[in-house]
Design a protein around this ligand. Structure first.
Ligand code: ATP
Ligand code: MG
Ligand code: MG
Length: 350
């Protein structure tokens, strides 16, 4: 049997491992942390840092193909790994999605609609950006942001210096605030043969920058949902992508704007675990292993709720709820804002 190497040992790596194992693959996790969610279910865990050349080589040599659960893999590590084994999704998808400015430029060059943006490196460039984009707007770090971290909102130009201080001088982009009517995302996949499949778009609700719920079907016009799926397909093809990609959209009266893309399985695709014959994790494993993509038809209506921080208190009652499928990540310490698990609530498809 072959072995799939996964960079990153969080819950996404864990659920990828479970899916891989169900298809008969072995998995090897590369993760600096000791007691990580994926290490509990993977066949092997190489616990080492991303600057450990020997460990990276040992990892690559012990697997047949490499994938990842997060996009911030250091370039130096990729340089070593890619000489030894194929990495899916490929280098270009990572390069683009590691940096919001590169990503926005890429999407704009594809002719896709995004919020107005401008690069910000210091007080002068922020003042310039505010001149063109105005307020309200959001200053976001170019790199490493997730769950709304590394972002500062500007309600007026007077908030400029506070926003710069909040981001501690990190290279950033200023983004126009979008008065959206809804947020949706598309989880789509592309195989090594170039075939594309997409799950139904889900409607997302965020709170304090963190995803709270995803609902399918999204209660939106078909043209909006179709546009979202086709847009995701354009991105997959432009990147010659292999694997699952998440695309987040703002729905506005004028049409869709892309918020951001993620070159991996995505929190807003967790509903597929109980809503589809092939879920996003299996779909990703199929793609990176060179299998045909599975069928992502939806057989149920679902609301996914994240269990964040002390919401683990809800587990006993959720466990007794016959409409709820529970997914817990095996994290021992609860911290505010930490994703501990999720619950998929099912109703028969209408
Ligand atoms: P993720 O965990 O999804 O990677 P992130 O840290 O990259 O999150 P974003 O997706 O940029 O953060 O923003 C998080 C949420 O904040 C969005 O889903 C949306 O609800 C809100 N938001 C972000 N940018 C804007 C904007 N330009 N206008 C309005 N709301 C926004
Ligand atoms: Mg993001
Ligand atoms: Mg996001």
């Amino acid at each position: 049997g072959s072995t799939i190497g996964i960079l990153g040992g969080g819950q996404l790596g864990r659920m990828l491992s479970v899916a891989a194992s169900r298809l008969g693959f072995k998995t090897c996790i590369y993760e600096p942390g000791a007691d990580c969610p994926a290490s509990h279910v993977a066949n092997h865990h190489i616990q080492a840092d991303y600057d450990d050349t020997k460990a990276l080589e040992r990892f690559a040599n012990s697997v047949d193909v490499i994938t990842y659960e997060f996009e911030n893999i250091p370039t130096t590590a990729l340089d070593i790994l890619e000489t030894l084994r194929p990495i899916h999704p490929g280098r270009e998808a990572l390069r683009i999605s590691q940096d919001r400015l590169t990503e926005k430029t890429f999407l704009q060059d594809l002719g896709l609609q995004i919020a107005p943006f401008a690069p910000v490196d210091d007080a002068d460039s922020l003042a310039q950006a505010i001149d063109t984009i105005g307020t309200p707007s959001i200053l976001k770090t170019r790199r490493f942001g997730y769950d709304g971290k590394g972002q500062a909102r500007l309600t007026s130009p007077a908030d400029a210096s506070k926003a710069l201080t909040d981001l501690q001088g990190a290279p950033a982009v200023l983004e126009g605030f979008v008065d959206f009517t809804a947020e949706i995302s598309v989880i789509a996949a592309r195989g090594t043969d170039g075939r594309v499949a997409a799950f139904d778009p889900g409607q997302n609700v965020h709170q304090d920058g963190i995803l709270r719920t995803t609902t399918v079907p999204a209660p939106l016009p078909n043209r909006t949902l179709t546009d979202a799926v086709l847009t995701a397909g354009r991105i997959l093809n432009a990147l010659d992508y292999v694997g699952v990609l998440g695309v987040e959209f703002f729905v506005t009266p004028a049409g869709l704007l892309i918020n951001e893309i993620a070159p991996r399985v995505h929190n807003s695709g967790h509903w597929t675990q109980n809503g589809c014959m092939t879920d996003q994790f299996e779909q990703h494993i199929r793609a990176v292993a060179g299998w045909p993509l599975g069928d992502g038809s939806r057989h149920s209506d679902i609301r996914m709720e994240n269990l964040i921080g002390d919401e683990m208190d809800r587990v006993p009652s959720l466990a007794a709820d016959p409409t709820c499928a529970l997914h817990l990540y095996g994290k021992s310490d609860t911290k505010p804002g930490r994703k501990m698990g999720h619950a998929n609530f099912l109703t028969p498809q209408t």
